[in-house]
Design a protein around this ligand. Structure first.
Ligand code: AMP
Ligand code: MG
Length: 420
């Protein structure tokens, strides 16, 4: 067994891995398919926003000069010459002493410079009422009040989104506003996934003697989808070099950007994945000062990057979170991939063997801060501890015990990735 100093820390391994990857190429997609992806082109406004001067209230378009001196006791009376609804521009010019009834979003008539909200008039404004010949206005308004000027939000030709922007709902809205029904985004990483092991059967089969269900392929495929990738599940390879090689070849045929296998990368007699990868590419087999999940294989098969995750399901999913997740985000064009963290007060003590430990925990608010308790068994095969967890409390490298009442950092598992 190598001395701890020869093992990589989680941060060292992550940095070495991330160095190998850059943002993928781009593709054009329909606007809604761009959600949660990264913009691969700068976007400019094709028109002014708003495109024309319009009313921000239901009321009366007027000339501000006509309102001078208006009060509730001595209202100004204006002649109502037309009715302008949103979507129906009028070419009427307001002469002094006249007003036009107007709805929110309707274009301002010529010579009108101000809108009086209906609440400041004698118009009872109950739904679709007929046009009254005159309107009384109870107060003065500053010239320009309740008018949205053309280009007030964004000017035509102005940059509205930069290349590399994370497209959230507001960015989708802006893209719609500037006429982009299709947009260039960074392609989703395609991730081939397979499981290895003679003991595995698919989830739709009842395990026979000595068998277990293939959990990892599904857990990791779900993580691929969650972090913006396209999962390409390839099923189970028995512990045979030729069958394992078939899975790698299938991954190449599927044009995978990344291959993620689980199990068979440790030091057991049937751990054949490493040999297959070595014969067709290169592999680094790392012992990482991380718990759970000490063994991690990383390399390439015929030029396609490869991760060999540990076989135990909790280890597989947590090493995925720490090492594969940042790669997916980087491939997808994101510039940040740190997991969101909070500071927590521990409600119970947590033990470690000195490797950086990711304890499965439940974190909740308590007054101004957060508290954490363990969510169940901490064995690397104990799935129920993971389904009951919403966070991973980190016991730092070199620390063997965190006491109840002490402070720790927790990675939040369910927080959205655009928390920053
Ligand atoms: P290995 O890395 O092959 O030594 O496997 C370590 C442990 O993980 C063993 O208990 C395996 O049975 C288990 N294991 C391996 N692959 C899977 C899988 N796909 N789903 C669930 N458990 C697995
Ligand atoms: Mg095995």
């Amino acid at each position: 067994m190598s001395a701890p100093a020869e093992m990589l820390s989680v941060a060292e391994a992550r940095a070495a891995i991330l160095e190998q990857f850059t943002t993928l190429d781009s593709e054009s997609v329909a606007l809604l398919d761009a959600l949660d992806r990264v913009l691969a082109e700068p976007v400019e406004a094709d028109i002014n926003l708003p495109p024309f001067a319009n009313s921000s209230m239901d009321g009366y378009a007027v000339r501000a000069a006509d309102l001078v001196g208006a009060t509730r006791d001595r209202p100004v009376r204006l002649k109502v010459i037309t009715d302008i609804a949103a979507g129906h521009p009028s070419d009427i010019t307001l002469e002094p002493g006249t007003a036009a009834r107007i709805t929110t979003g309707a274009p301002m008539p010529l010579s009108a410079d101000t809108v009086v909200p209906v609440e400041a008039t004698d118009d009872p404004a109950r739904g679709a009422s007929s046009l009254r010949p005159e309107v009384s206005i109870f107060q003065e308004f500053k010239r320009g009040a309740f008018v949205r000027g053309p280009g007030e939000d964004v000017r035509r030709g102005q940059s509205v989104l930069e290349q590399g922007a994370h497209i959230r709902a507001p960015e989708v809205a802006m893209l719609a506003a500037v006429g982009r029904s299709r947009v260039k985004v960074v392609r989703r990483p395609r991730v081939a996934l397979f499981a290895t092991g003679d003991e595995l059967v698919p989830p739709d089969q009842a395990p026979g003697a000595g068998q277990i269900r293939n959990v990892n392929e599904f857990g990791t495929a779900a993580l691929v989808a969650r972090y913006g990738g396209v999962p390409l599940p390839l099923g189970i390879a028995r512990d045979s070099e030729s069958l394992i090689r078939e899975k790698f070849e299938a991954a190449l045929a599927h044009k995978a950007d990344l291959i993620v296998a689980s199990a068979g990368v440790s030091v057991g007699a049937r751990d054949l994945v490493k040999d297959v990868v070595r014969a067709h590419g290169a592999i680094a087999f790392w012992r990482i000062r991380m718990r759970p999940g000490k063994p991690l294989a990383f390399g390439h098969y015929a030029g396609t990057p490869f991760f060999g995750l540990p076989g135990n399901p909790v280890s597989a999913m947590l090493t995925f979170e720490q090492f594969v997740r940042p790669v997916l985000l980087k491939l997808g064009g994101r510039s940040r991939w740190d997991k969101p963290t909070v500071q927590v007060t521990l409600l119970e003590s947590i033990m470690s063997d000195g490797r950086e430990t990711y304890a499965r925990a439940w974190v909740e608010r308590d007054g101004a801060g957060y508290v954490a308790r363990l969510s169940g068994g901490q064995g690397s095969n104990v799935l129920s501890g993971l389904t009951g967890a919403n966070a991973l409390v980190i016991v730092p490298d070199g620390v063997t015990r965190l006491e109840a009442g002490s402070q720790a950092t927790a990675q939040m598992l369910n927080w959205p990735e655009d928390i920053f």
